[in-house]
Design a protein around this ligand. Structure first.
Ligand code: IVH
Length: 670
């Protein structure tokens, strides 16, 4: 391809990707399959490699990260980044509005917005291209976090429409609650300490030096303010809506996320609505921001030393209650991590009864200087289980006993250890401590691991308690009689379990590796190790250098992998697994056929054996195509649970063959 053609092609593919990106991340819909999207990105990447002069800073390939910044440079803000004056009192909002009425000429309109709980960001655009993104810092200078901000899918790299030539847009970067919880779940699963709350994690993530990690974490951003000398509109409300036409994610007026009020009544209604409904949002807010709409009136009102007179933040009182700490218990996880949990006198908080709160680790207990029977303050944050944020010392009993962290495992009495530089205590009795045994088995059978049908946590408990299994490998020696005699086990369920175990022998190596539960080896790491070293034998024999040479494998993971294989018991287990017939090597081109060549599939709904993405991957590996909507060209619809009735009707009307997940699996074996 010659240079000119390459330039045109790069432009065309970029626009196409941008269109699909916006559809997916801003409008929550999609027109192409994930596979086709990845193919477009790959095509663009290849062209950019070949013609680096056209690898623009705003290319959608920058979304996946990869740029490493050694030190974040400090940059002076073109417009100082001020803060808002805050109040917790509705009366003060009324006073503020009365003051403004006296200070301004003409009628005032107000814009009510959510106060997103994240980190402020200022993003500069020149001729529609994202040039620089700076954190608030001390308000006059902040840190250049451009490479990281480019990975946030809802922040456009290149604008659409009639945008000003040079302007800055400000907003709040935050962690969506689902992504935050998923991240913590993944971390807990591989024995990493969990993050405390979404706001601090968003802030920490934004300052990471490796933008690839930022890309994976799934930050999001709402924009709330335009700064520049030639802004096209005269008011804030109109400008924010206009910015959405340029490609920014802005609050939706139809969902009452932004509202233009012409009086204090409207402002109060907005405050009350969100005070009641904020827990339904998929991200955290800590209040409401009220701004004068008209830019000229804003200018007339001006600023105090720290904040604009034309805006104020009403902060919600944190959902906090006081209750009594009755006792502290300790939970032992699959990795042996010991987590202290506060048992509280039941109390109502945010619509639910709270009986327990997380204490995270021994440092947290020390920091709070907790005593038994203390009256503690409990708050609900991004986590599902609330946390203790303070102690009411006035109510402390004189002779109350200080809480001291245990030094022996509550389950097996082994002396606990705390490794240097780590906050968590661990029970080192990996092979005999019951919750560790059960936890490892539960991890092994989980959906993302071996996905064994017919086996849940309760059955695992029973099997361990009866002494039928001591390790996950023992699952494969279970007999029908042993299973069927367990409480609440019918013939059919026992049969299902045996079949589920049999089916798990086809689970690919990378998932088997993840299922082993090696500390710090999560799904992604397992995939990387499997892809690069290809077999369990190679991983077992790999030197430390060979391990750290694998993409994304650091020293901590390499040490953990080597430690796993140093344990003779683990090698014995692997040998038994091999005898059973689990997959311990990558089968090159595993499962690649052209059995679905020329056929088009739509995968819709929720499935039990495979995830939607896995089904799509199987279709593609077998030569089929995935489409996102049903048309006359569709040959098969794979219908899971919750598939919409409209889709089902369309498929039936068009005479498309509808397959269940199981029917599809049978078809794979045709
Ligand atoms: S306007 C002059 N609008 O709250 C200040 N700020 O102290 C203009 N925030 O860290 C800020 N949601 O990042 C504005 N809808 C919103 C906001 C918002 C969150 C943050 C902002 C800053 C703090 C204000």
């Amino acid at each position: 391809m010659n240079k000119e053609l390459a330039k045109v092609e790069i432009e065309r593919i970029s626009q196409e990707i941008n269109k699909h990106n916006d559809l997916y991340y801003i409008e929550n819909s999609s027109e192409i399959s994930d596979y086709d999207f990845d193919m477009l990105l790959e095509q663009l990447n290849a062209l950019e490699q070949q013609f680096p002069e056209f690898a623009y800073s705003y290319s959608p390939t920058k979304r996946v990260g990869g740029d490493i910044s050694k030190k974040m440079e400090s940059v002076v803000h073109r417009f100082p980044m001020m803060s808002l004056s805050n109040t917790y009192s509705e009366d003060e909002i009324i006073e503020w509005e009365n003051r403004l009425k006296k200070l301004s000429e003409g009628k005032l309109d107000y814009v009510c917005e959510l106060k997103y709980d994240g980190v402020a960001i200022g993003i500069q655009y020149e001729n529609g291209i994202l040039k620089q993104a700076i954190t608030r810092g001390d308000g006059s200078k902040g840190e250049n976090v451009t490479a990281n901000v480019r990975t946030i899918r809802t922040i456009p790299l290149q604008l659409k429409g009639d945008f000003p030539a040079d302007f800055e847009i400000r907003g709040e970067i935050f962690f969506p609650l689902k992504n935050f919880r998923d991240l913590n779940e993944q971390r807990a699963d591989i024995g990493e300490a969990e993050f405390a709350n979404p706001r601090n994690t968003a802030s920490g993530t934004l300052k990471l030096h490796d933008s690839k990690v930022v890309a994976e974490r799934g930050l999001d951003c709402y924009l709330y303010g335009l700064y520049g000398f030639d802004l096209p509109l005269e008011g804030h409300y109109e400008s924010v809506l206009k910015a959405s036409e340029w490609g920014f994610k802005t609050p939706n007026p139809e969902k009452r996320m932004i509202y233009k009020a012409d009086s204090i009544d409207g402002i109060m209604k907005f405050i009350h609505f969100w005070d009641k409904n904020r827990s339904k949002l998929p991200f955290e807010i800590d209040g409401i921001v009220i701004k004068v709409n008209d830019y000229t009136q804003q200018q007339e009102l001006g600023f105090t030393a720290k904040s604009p007179r034309w805006a104020i933040a009403y902060k919600f009182k944190a959902e906090r209650v006081e209750t009594v700490l009755e006792s502290v218990s300790y939970q032992v996880g699959r990795t042996g991590a010991v987590t202290p949990v506060a048992n509280l006198k039941p109390v109502q908080l945010g619509g639910t009864t709270v009986k327990r709160a997380s204490l995270h680790n021994s440092d947290q207990i020390q920091k709070l200087n907790l005593h038994l029977n203390d009256t503690v303050q409990v708050e609900k944050g991004g986590e599902i289980i609330p946390k203790i944020v303070g102690v009411n010392l006035d109510k402390r009993n004189e002779n109350s006993v200080i809480v001291t962290f245990i030094d022996e495992c509550p389950e097996c009495s082994t002396k606990l250890i705390r490794r240097e530089g780590e906050v968590q205590h661990y029970c080192p009795n990996e092979l005999n401590c019951p919750p560790q045994i059960k936890g490892r088995i539960e991890h092994f059978i989980g959906r993302k691991a071996m996905n064994i049908d017919g086996l849940g946590a309760e059955t695992v408990d029973l099997l361990v308690e009866k002494g039928f299994i001591k390790s996950y490998v023992d699952l494969y020696s279970l007999t029908f009689d042993q299973i069927v005699n367990l409480d609440r086990m019918a013939d059919k369920s026992a049969d299902n379990l045996i079949k589920g175990l049999e089916a798990s022998k086809n689970i690919p190596f990378e998932r088997v590796l993840f299922s082993l539960g090696i500390r710090f080896v999560g799904e992604t790491v397992a995939k990387k190790l499997a892809k690069s070293l290809k077999s369990i034998d190679a991983i077992q024999k790999a030197s430390f250098d060979e391990l750290v040479n694998v993409d994304e494998i650091g020293e901590k993971i390499a040490i953990s992998v080597q430690q796993f294989f140093l344990e003779e018991k683990n090698n014995e287990i692997i040998n038994r697994f091999k005898e059973v017939g689990l997959q311990f090597e990558i089968k090159e081109k595993e499962g690649v056929t052209d059995r679905f060549k020329g056929l088009s599939f739509v995968v819709s709904g929720v499935f039990t054996k495979f995830s939607r993405d896995e089904l799509k991957e199987i279709i593609e590996m077998n030569g089929g195509k995935n489409a996102s909507s049903i048309s006359s060209k569709t040959n098969f619809v794979i219908a899971g649970e919750n598939m919409g009735p409209a889709k089902l009707k369309k498929a039936t009307d068009l005479g498309v063959v509808i397959l269940s997940e199981d029917e599809f699996i049978v078809k794979l074996k045709d």
